[in-house]
Design a protein. Sequence first.
Length: 134
Amino acid sequence: FLFHRYELHNRQGVLDFEEEALDCIQLHEPFKKQFVQIVREITNNDFRYGNRNLPSTMKLYCKKEELFLEFESSTNYDLEIASDARKGRGNESLLMRVSQLGGKIKESLKDGLFQFSICFDKKTITNPLQKISF
């Protein structure tokens, strides 16, 4: 669905998803559903604020016992000026989902390059007893 969304918005996207990471997400259906919504919100924000002339990059990979989703996009978005906008429903939903899935977010904006990273503990993803509700 990601390639299609970028194509519809006349944008370039580079996706680098490792097979091991995709397999990890497939193991727990409730996690997978919320993960897809997280990716959708990240791309929605990119369509709104990203630079249309440069490609955005999304990586999904595992490292040791963690799953990482990293996103990078060129933008003219200003974190200082837009602090109120960052409290919007989409961002609120994104933060809530990541938190409920046990993830940690890092983000930065420097010289027009927005970088966003989420880290999940793989034990949280694959624990069949974990209850996720939305």
